[in-house]
Design a protein around this ligand. Sequence first.
Ligand SMILES: CC(C)(COP(=O)(O)OP(=O)(O)OC[C@H]1O[C@@H](n2cnc3c(N)ncnc32)[C@H](O)[C@@H]1OP(=O)(O)O)[C@@H](O)C(=O)NCCC(=O)NCCS
Length: 214
Amino acid sequence: MTTLSDVWPLFDLRIRSPRLELRPVRDEDLPGVIDAALAGIHDPNVMPFSVPWTDAPREVLIRETAKHQWRIRTSVEPDNWTLNFVVRHKGIPIGIQDMTSRHFSITRSVTTGSWLSRDYQGQGLGKEMRAAVLLFAFDHLGAEVAESDAAVWNQASLGVSRSLGYQNSGIKRVVARPGELTEQQGVRLAREDFIRPAWNVRVEGLEAARRDLL
Ligand SMILES: CC(C)(COP(=O)(O)OP(=O)(O)OC[C@H]1O[C@@H](n2cnc3c(N)ncnc32)[C@H](O)[C@@H]1OP(=O)(O)O)[C@@H](O)C(=O)NCCC(=O)NCCS
């Protein structure tokens, strides 16, 4: 009998850190992920994301979040992928940690993005989930470089990066909200500069994931 694991092996991938479990978003995770977003992610006066998806009215945000997750899933292929991990704390979805690579076999480089529902911010969980995917990328996939960016005012995101050893790269000008200039600080981490946490991740479903990603 064909199982869901045969159909989409990445569903079996799990990355566990001391307080969190990360796994590629399943349809059954969508209501919880959407509730975590609707509970609020940031001060509405500012926009931390380069696509202003949190400005959308509730009904639009719900539908577009689902479509976004499905689109990302369908575009996964070896060497070119985005993984969107639902971040669960005590079994409850509290945010998303994503990781993207293009031409991984040549670039050995990943970029990450993330958000947490407001009630869960400022407790070291953002750092823990970023560290978890970095350990996965560097130690299990063989990445050599990780990059990220954040609006220049986004001290929480830049704080996560700084505390894990990233160095500032360039500043980019983007338009996130229509008509509004945002300056984005790029950050870059070489594997040897990674300030590793005191703990390690436990990874399940690695072999199947490697077949789909590498
Ligand atoms: C960005 C985000 C994921 C960070 O997660 P978090 O759980 O709030 O951050 P942490 O508690 O793990 O903090 C990590 C580090 O940043 C520092 N930091 C966190 N918030 C900070 C702030 N407002 N100002 C200064 N430093 C801050 C912490 O002190 C910590 O550094 P340390 O380990 O050296 O003490 C989370 O705040 C968030 O979802 N924000 C809204 C969405 C967003 O901005 N996403 C990123 C888009 S680029």
